[in-house]
Design a protein around this ligand. Structure first.
Ligand code: LLP
Length: 435
């Protein structure tokens, strides 16, 4: 199912999400508009939580990867769902703090954290830093000494696992900018250094293999590598991991033909592997960390656009241009990501095959090739599902596009959680205007 779980059609054929007709939202908040279905977000959070309860007897945590989409409204909701949060920049961290997200439940990731970012994290009382490289250890030594504070850390290792996903979304193979390599001894040296720094408390090992991963086997392999490394470290330094985290990365369906990855199945196989591996190593059951982004918010989001110009290239294709495009969703242009679309203001047989084009000045600005819809007309509303992850956070002001408004819908009520960007927001940076 590529649509949020509350999606329906009313008697007039209008698309309804969270009990609210989409055309009403478009009229009130304008387009492009991103709609998030609260019930779907909460259901995805519950699916992870409940699967962990079902399959894992030890402690666990679900850490939401904020890069998939952050807003204050979303963070408050995820806080209620008792998720943790992974941030990858000072910006995301400050955003989370502004939203009142508990710093002790924030984990800091990144392959080039700056000294200032680490200082900020330490001052905020962040839950843990996932250390990526030796330079970062140099910085951490300095900032913890300066602040006279202790810090929980996990070591991110490069597990050398191929996740079989788009090259830009692979992170766990040997040739990667992320994590400490085991093969050349970097990861082993990192553990040795951390153990020698009294301010750093080594809590465990982390790996992230990639994103939009359909197969479960690579996650199991990542756990295997983490334990193999854990055993080596136990033998060498006598240190036992309190936490094991195989990261995030579970895929979601974008088009109806995509398989439907199962959160319960992922958690079951990972949990089982962790239990067996801990048993074999003679380690107490570690805390199991999972770090999903896309699978929490992706299925909950729908992008809504209004149709404008329609252009027929005889015998080739029909371009149906909408009022958004690569500025709010760069995924088709960047990864060749596929989406499907539906009309939101009326229903009917999907007997037209059209190309949904964005409005920005680039030929590659196409949202959907060969979308099947009822014959679109100017003024129609086009809705694209599975738009909840990695669209808005990668949005730009290309062509000085204003970033879209975002509404959260639930049981017939809509709440604006991010207003549309305005020209004043952009002009505010223009120093010359103030002179
Ligand atoms: N943990 C770490 C360390 C990560 O780097 C990521 C994603 C996640 C967790 C969450 O992965 P997820 O569950 O969302 O797959 N912009 C790309 C995706 C980039 C993913 C980056 N890291 C896209 O639009 O497909």
């Amino acid at each position: 199912m590529v649509w949020p779980k509350t999606t329906a059609r009313d008697a007039a054929g209008q698309l309804v999400i969270g009990g609210v007709p989409v055309p009403r939202l478009a009229a009130e908040y304008g387009t492009p508009l991103y709609i998030y279905d609260e019930a779907t977000i909460r259901a995805q959070c519950a699916a992870y939580r409940e699967a962990l309860v079902r399959h894992y007897p030890g402690r666990s945590r679900v850490v939401y990867a904020g890069k998939a989409y952050v807003s204050v409204g979303l963070l408050r909701l995820l806080n209620e769902e008792e998720l943790w949060l992974d941030v990858v920049s000072g910006g995301e961290l400050q955003f989370a703090l502004a939203a009142g997200f508990p710093p002790a439940r924030i984990v800091f990731h990144g392959n080039n954290k700056s000294e200032d970012e680490l200082r900020l994290a330490l001052a905020a009382g962040i839950g843990a830093v996932v250390v990526d490289n030796h330079y970062e250890l140099d910085l951490l030594e300095r900032v913890t000494a300066e602040a006279q504070r202790e810090l929980d850390v996990l070591v991110r290792v490069n597990p050398g696992v191929d996740a079989h996903t788009h090259a830009y979304r692979r992170t766990g193979q040997v040739d990667s900018k992320f994590g400490f390599l085991i093969d050349n001894g970097d990861a082993q040296r990192a553990v040795g250094r951390i153990l020698a720094m009294p301010a750093l408390k080594l809590r465990g090992y982390h790996a992230h293999i990639g994103s939009q991963v359909f197969e479960l086997e690579p996650f199991v392999q990542a756990v295997e590598r983490l334990f193999a490394f854990g055993r080596e470290m136990a033998a060498r330094f006598g240190v036992v991991p309190e936490e094991i985290s195989p990261g995030g990365g579970l895929a979601i369906p974008y088009v109806s033909e995509d398989p439907q990855p199962d959160i319960d199945a992922l958690v079951r196989v990972v949990a089982e592997k962790v239990r067996r591996a801990a048993d074999a190593a003679g380690f107490p059951l570690p805390r199991l960390g999972l770090e999903p982004g896309r699978s929490i918010v992706g299925p909950a989001g729908v992008a809504v656009y209004r149709v404008g110009a329609i252009k027929e290239i005889p015998g080739i294709r029909r371009y149906v241009s909408v009022d958004g495009g690569m500025a709010d969703n760069i995924r088709p242009a960047l990864y060749g990501a596929r989406y499907e679309a539906a009309l939101a203001n009326r229903d009917g047989p999907a007997d037209a095959v059209v190309t949904i084009a964005g409005k920005y000045c680039e030929s590659g600005d196409i949202l959907v090739y060969d979308a099947r819809l009822p014959e679109p007309r100017p003024g129609d509303l086009v809705a694209i599902p599975a738009a909840g992850a990695y669209c808005l956070p990668m949005a730009s002001n290309y062509n000085l596009a204003m970033r879209p408004a975002v509404v959260l819908v639930r049981e017939g009520q809509a709440r604006l959680i991010q207003r549309r960007e305005r020209i004043e927001d952009l002009l505010r940076r223009e120093v010359e205007l103030e002179r």
